[in-house]
Design a protein around this ligand. Sequence first.
Ligand code: GAP
Length: 436
Amino acid sequence: MQDKKEKENILMEKIVSLCKRRGFVFSGSEIYGGLAGTWDLGHFGVALVNNIKQSWWKKFVDSRRDMYGIDAAILMRQEVWQNAGHVANFADPMVECEKCKEKFRTDQLESKDKCASCGGKLIEAKKFNMMFQTRVGASDDSSAVSYLRPETAQGMFVNFKNTVDAFHPKLPFGMAQIGKAFRNEITPRDFIFRVREFEQMEIEYFVRKEDWEKYFEYWREEMLDWMEEVGIDMNKVHEIEIGDGDRAHYSSRTIDFEFEFPFGQKELFGIAYRTDFDLKNHKLDYVDEEKGEKIIPHVIEPTFGVGRALLTILLSAYNEEGEGDEARSYLKFKPSIAPVICAVSPLLKNKPELVEYANTKVFAPLKAEFGRVVWDDNGNIGKRYRRQDEIGTPFCIVIDFDTLTDDAVTVRDRDTGKQERVKVSNLKNYIQEKIS
Ligand code: GAP
């Protein structure tokens, strides 16, 4: 019998292989041997990630009245990172092998004193700042130094005044951003879990100091709601209170939402109480016009990694059933985030009347309406179903000879395998209802 660990390794291998084979995720710079900590999204990966981001933006920005979007530059002046404390503090404690010089993060060691690569002795190494440093322009003096942002958060803090001046929001209000972040991780690992270039979806929610606990609790619950909405297996999510000494330098309280990944229970998302740390350090404040007072708002920060959301959703959706010829694996994505909503198939691809009907009366109108629709006429119907199951397409629509006389198609459900006849005139509504 396979033990749990072995099964989990196999599951991870299956996900990595499916992601490559079916065009979700490829390794970065692969034809040159890969670049550690970078991954590229293929067609279905982009579609899935776009749906994840859209669902996040819809819930946390578009459906609210107190949230302001921002899309700040990745390159920021070095003063931002000096004053935010990242130049001094954004470092992981490290050890180094005396013999082969390989470096390891102290919190990820299998053995405290033996190198995992060569068995040499581990010694304390210099702290390693994880920000990617670069230079802006041709000058080589120190004023040209800039950093690729290691968190999107600072893009919001430095635009706090602009946002207040442009929109005059009343407290509490928030700023939201989705964008790339970069960290020169010492040991990128576990597929897309720990990488050097990734995307974050972050909110900085500005409150009065006395209200921070109320809003911390509020946002904790909002985060859980969204996780459920996008299909994360909530039985595998655990809330971990991060103790003194283990929190980021700016946080007075942090809860990590950890997920039971096949490679261990690890951080998925987090929520932090950043106090007035950032606004104070950037010398920013807020004037309450009604009360006529100047204050520095405090900040609750819900933060989400897009790549970790993607991996968790893939793991939560992966299912296998049946044996032999009946065996299938399928991704049970919520229809609202599935990269493809439906596949359209003429029963036989060499029958022009079926192809013509499928193309003009079914595929074209559905494609125009939903975009996430594919044409699939390759192999027999069973093979097409398996192929669509693997990428998590909730509905397969088949146009057969009866369709030519009754204007109805067969819609096959991914999860139950059940089929029903639906009138072509009602197809758009049918699908719309299922995905909303
Ligand atoms: N602004 C707060 C902040 O950046 P963080 O816990 O360092 O907090 C936020 O990062 C989220 O970004 C994490 O919960 C995780 O989802 C994601 N993340 C962080 N480092 C990552 C990495 N190296 N690879 C992939 N995702 C990462």
